[in-house]
Design a protein around this ligand. Structure first.
Ligand code: TEU
Length: 573
């Protein structure tokens, strides 16, 4: 690291989920033309990088995370010419473009898979994972799947291909077959594709579930090498967890180092790589992000977004603040000397943070949204803002199954109801945990479709857009939007925000999240009341008394730390 740190230590990334960002042609689905129309919003916010969720040709089984052509744009979203236009427009504004790289799996309609499926002798057969039925089982019989792994999207990770009598592996939906990274041809094809995008002018990649590309084939209990193994059974299910076989598998570091060598090494100009890594530990993350190892710049970890989960993501519990402190504190400490954190509350897979960790009641919605933002952005790491988060967008008031579109939600409903759970109970879980909460259209203004489309939006606009929208907040210095603007600017202004050392305070406190950041003799004290209970700040943190207010989310800061109040302070020397 240079003394100033790499450029992305001072940067904030903005994630666009194109389907729901802005529709320019009235078909109800967001597109590249729409993004081009709304670039002023990003400039106004002050973000440095735009991360674009997938816009490649796709049957849209998982909204583009099922890709059927890696080097083109789906006509739904526009054209390559428009992407070039977007790259140029962003660069002209001093911003960078990071593309989503989805290479753990393809669509089942990708020509590679179509070819692989066509015959056992296809030269592409080995580009995917094919296995015969479990020994002693007839193809298609219950339990005949080659391993007992449960898919992320419910049911087994194996689907039978009737024609060949073999199963293929898919960690996600059956329309998302996993690529076989053991095969060097697969890796070379991916590297070539990545170089093609960099040559076109993109500035990096967000790598979808990249820590799942190496599957564990090591021999176990005397079995020969090359076999995949069952995982521990999941409670109340005939399936098991395959995590130990594919989360950060044996060759993951080798594959990422090879990718770095083949794709990034020796290139001019700054690039950004962020690996999405469900289940990654802080120890692993330190290896992945150690610059000396040349793997990725940072990873998305999932610990904090799992703290309110019980037996599954559908079993939601309230977050205990001390758990969050323990988790974030460990990640801050673990990547303090080596490596780098990414920081996020929201993305296209997570329910809205203001509803989930904040308080979206009318009284506290603005205050809790700005409080959570302050808490996160003052940590050490690169913050990611997900579209709509900057205007305090909240979960959708779902009331019926017909309102959901997400494959994960719909699959879960089928499986849970088939397994005997009451439909009303399943619906209640979807309401709070469904990914569709994040995917409702961005609320640009108070008009009937929130300024998102002139047509019929593919997913309903949240009725609260009448009050909660970008237009209403743009000129309002007390808005959530204005607060995000200030936080983003602060990171660029103060090196201590970008690089300062992190120290947690009050680790056991249930309602007040406090920490310091310090660099070269400068210290910031950050105090956030993540509750409705007021606290006496003097009693809690005497060092806050007489401190200069660098940034706060409520006017007239005094001795009382009010509900959802957040302050960034410079204590008297
Ligand atoms: O998500 C990875 C992942 O682990 C998901 O299971 C996610 O955590 C889950 O949806 C939360 O409920 C990535 C993408 O971000 C997601 O949109 C894709 O569906 C998935 O990979 C498959 O590509």
């Amino acid at each position: 690291m240079t003394p100033d740190g790499p450029w992305w230590t001072r940067s904030v990334v903005y994630q666009v989920y194109p389907r729901s960002f802005m529709d320019s042609d009235g078909d109800g689905i967001g597109d590249l033309g729409g993004i081009l129309q709304r670039l002023d919003h990003l400039t106004d916010l002050g973000v440095d990088v735009l991360w674009l969720s997938p816009i490649y040709p796709s049957p849209q089984a998982d909204n583009g995370y099922d890709i059927s052509d890696y080097t083109d744009i789906d006509p739904l979203f526009g054209s390559l010419a428009q992407l070039d236009e977007l790259i140029a427009a962003l660069h002209a504004r001093g911003m960078k473009l990071v593309m989503d790289l989805v290479v753990n799996h393809t669509s089942d309609e990708h020509p590679w898979f179509v070819d692989a499926r066509s015959s056992k002798d296809s030269p592409k057969r080995d580009w995917y994972w094919w296995r015969p039925p479990r020994e002693g089982f007839a193809a298609g019989a219950p339990g005949a799947e080659p391993t007992n792994w449960q898919s992320f999207f419910s049911g087994p990770t194996w689907t039978l291909d009737e024609a060949s009598g073999e199963y293929y592996l898919h960690l996600f939906d059956r329309r998302q077959p996993d690529l076989n990274w053991e095969n060097p041809e697969v890796r070379q094809a991916v590297h070539a594709m990545m170089r093609w995008w960099l040559d076109r002018g993109v500035d990096g990649f967000r790598m979808d579930v990249i820590n799942m590309i190496s599957k564990d084939l090591r021999p176990r209990d005397g079995s020969p090498a090359g076999e995949l193994h069952d995982g521990p059974p999941l409670p109340g299910s005939s399936l098991g967890s395959g995590y130990a076989s594919f989360i950060c598998g044996p060759r993951i570091h080798e594959f990422l180092q090879e990718m770095h060598r083949e794709v990034f090494a020796g290139r001019d100009g700054p690039v950004l790589t962020v690996g999405e890594m469900p289940g990654v530990t802080v120890e692993q993350a330190r290896l992945f992000t150690d610059p000396a190892r040349a793997e990725v710049d940072m990873v998305f970890q999932f610990e904090h977004v799992g703290l309110d989960h019980g037996t599954s993501k559908w079993d939601v519990h309230p977050l205990r603040m001390r758990d969050l402190k323990a988790s974030f504190g460990r990640w801050q400490a673990g990547l303090a000397e080596v490596g780098w954190n990414s920081l996020y509350w929201d993305n296209h897979d997570q329910p809205r943070a203001v509803s989930r960790f904040g308080d979206d009641s009318p009284r506290y919605r603005r205050d809790s949204a700005t409080c959570l933002a302050t808490l996160l952005h003052l940590h050490r790491g690169t913050p990611y803002v997900y579209q709509g988060e900057e205007i305090g967008m909240a979960n959708y008031p779902f009331t019926s199954l017909e309102e959901f579109a997400d494959v994960e939600s719909l699959n879960h409903h089928v499986h849970a109801v088939t397994a005997g759970q009451a439909p009303a109970e399943v619906l209640a879980a979807l309401r709070v945990a469904s990914r569709d909460n994040a995917r409702t259209p961005v609320q640009w203004d108070g008009s009937p479709n929130a300024g998102f489309t002139t047509g019929r939006p593919w997913l309903a606009v949240n009725p609260d857009h009448v009050e909660w929208n970008a237009e209403a907040q743009r000129g309002d210095p007390t808005s959530v939007l204005a607060h995000y603007r200030r936080l983003i600017a602060l990171r660029r202004e103060l090196p201590v925000v970008a690089l300062g050392a992190f120290a947690m305070l009050l680790p056991e406190h249930d309602d007040v999240y406090a920490f310091t950041r310090s660099l070269d003799g400068e210290t910031l004290l950050v105090v956030c009341n993540v509750s409705r209970t007021p606290y006496d700040l003097t009693a809690l943190l005497p060092e806050a008394v007489g401190a200069e207010l660098v940034l706060g989310n409520l006017p007239d800061a005094g001795a009382e730390l009010r509900p959802w109040e957040a302050r960034v302070l410079r204590p008297a020397a």
